[in-house]
Design a protein around this ligand. Sequence first.
Ligand code: A2P
Length: 280
Amino acid sequence: MNLLSDTFVLNNGSGIPCIGFGTWQTPDGQTAVNSVKYAIEAGYRHIDTAAIYGNEKGVGQGIRESGIDRRELFITTKLWNTDRGYETALKAFDTSLKNLGVDYIDLYLIHWPDNHSNGAKVNADTWRAFEKLYKEGAIKAIGVSNFLEHHLRTLLDSAEIVPAIDQIEFHPGQMQPETVLFCKSNGIFVQAWSPLGTGRMLNNPELTKIAQKYGKSVAQLCIRWALQNNVLPLPKSVTPSRIKENANVFDFEISDADMQTINSMPYFGGSGLNPDTIMF
Ligand code: A2P
């Protein structure tokens, strides 16, 4: 990978630009519009949002105002938990299309697995709606988010189409090795949400020491580290200098020894959200 527009290839053959621009906690309105526009100007071609972020309208406006042909962009959004189920998912998808002001989505994800007693059926019904939209061409790739191995195994029992993506929390100290291994052995590509631990990684002394060796920031180190693990990072920022900084990760390579050091760091902070126990 040498450029933000360089792609990983998904299990359906589509390419996905190697770093996505995250927008979780980006307020709608001018902040969303400006940060998305700035990111596209800085070379990002992959934008990640979700219905629950409440900023699809601003993200869509930023995309339009960027002047870049929509077909050159890779846009992801996610189905929120209250819209799980077949008919409800179809409706929620339409709402997301309208909010974003686009006529197709590159990647649509089930945001969280349903853990209630009938959760397996609800996840399967939701997935059928995704498969229908995918077959109609309204979505170019379909996937899930926050699914652990057992959620994936259960979904695969009834799925016709294997998810292209599982987007999980992934940063130093939180690598979810069982989930990643299962995904890799089943052709499911892994994306990293909170690749900077929502900022919690940035003052870690060990990471700081390693980053300094390369003349890079800890944020750049975390992004590059995800890429070298073949995991697609989705760093979020609303700050122009950081948006640019986070894209500047193609001029250094983390050595095998440093990769191993970071890969073996114990948990030292994260969202604390467990896909098995969340009930929202
Ligand atoms: P901001 O959006 O105010 O610039 P993550 O991607 O792991 O969720 O982390 C996002 C958080 O990290 C946000 O608070 C963002 O702040 C901050 N952030 C993003 N990039 C950088 C950077 N290069 N240096 C310092 N903080 C950053």
